[in-house]
Design a protein around this ligand. Structure first.
Ligand SMILES: [Cu+2]
Length: 291
């Protein structure tokens, strides 16, 4: 880090200090100067929804045992089935005006196309989170660290799924000050609030111990939003550019499949999975809500 970057960091911290609430469980992972270093063993209490078998924090390295999800049992899935489909909007997508950029216009530009309704050539809707709601056993939960990047004055990805027990790497590819402020989408309770003062800065944090829909905002750029569906089972997928999704290794049975979109709302449907078979579950959402 150069002295100029360091000075910029200090200025950013002073600016954002009133807004920042560093989470007591948080441990910065890759940040180079604002990193919180923990050098002693630390006990973390067991919380509802997640039993952490053992945690040791030694010289800044966080070692986590695999979490045990409260209402989900891991078991081998032999000859599981696949759920796949395409999420579409019924009717044409509403025309949403571009975002008017009000800050850092020299870098962010004057306007940014709205990412709300991204409809592919075949009518598929991007950024829909599709997941099983009531599955209680099956393949192991996801453990990889998920990523949320501040990039071109937007968050990337805009929507993603995750499991309780996963960590999130929050980073910036922009040479402007951002902050990343995840909140419980129902209560607006702050989960943590991370300042990202310069390009290349990153922080890795644990996701909350309780499954929830997380809404992420940047307080510097009010148009920046992202959503993380934190779930207690690994059967989820986010639709891509063509609106398609695939959920694999599902134990045979009948489940509730939920599709959620930030503006088109949520729809549930029943889906029956047979051993070794693929079941198609195409979903239509209605674009009733506009900003
Ligand atoms: Cu920002």
């Amino acid at each position: 880090m150069t002295s100029r970057q360091f000075s910029a960091s200090l200025a950013a911290v002073k600016l954002l200090r009133p807004m920042l609430q560093f989470h007591p469980l948080g441990v910065a992972g890759e940040s180079s100067c604002l990193q919180l270093r923990v050098t002693h063993a630390m006990k973390i209490p067991v919380r509802h929804g997640l039993k952490i078998l053992s945690i040791s924090v030694i010289s800044g390295a966080l070692l986590l045992a695999r979490p045990v999800l409260a209402d989900y049992t891991v078991e081998a899935v032999a000859n599981g089935g696949t759920i796949e489909g395409v999420v579409k909007l019924s009717g044409a997508a509403p025309q949403i005006a571009p975002i008017g950029v009000t800050k850092n216009q020299d870098y962010c530009g004057q306007s940014i196309p709205s990412p709300m309704y991204l409809v592919g050539p075949g009518g598929g809707l991007k950024n829909v989170e599709v997941f099983l709601k009531d599955i209680t056993k099956g393949k192991p939960p996801s453990t990889a660290t998920i990523s949320l990047v501040n990039e071109h004055c937007m968050f990337n990805p805009r929507v993603q799924g995750a499991n309780v027990g996963q960590q999130i790497k929050i980073s910036s590819n922009d040479p402007v000050l951002h902050n990343t402020h995840p909140q419980n989408a129902s209560t607006n309770a702050t989960i943590y609030n991370i300042a990202l003062p310069f390009k290349g800065f990153s922080v890795t944090k644990p996701l909350p111990a309780v499954p929830q829909l997380i809404k992420v905002k940047c307080d510097v750029h009010e148009w920046m939003h992202a959503w993380i569906w934190e779930l207690d089972n690994p059967y989820f997928a986010t639709t891509g550019d063509d609106g398609h999704f695939t959920i694999k290794d599902v134990p045979p049975g009948t489940y509730t499949l939920v599709a959620w979109h930030e503006a088109a709302g949520e729809k549930s449907t029943s889906v029956t999975v047979a051993a070794g078979k693929t079941v198609t579950a195409d979903i239509q959402l209605t674009a009733t809500k506009t900003p």
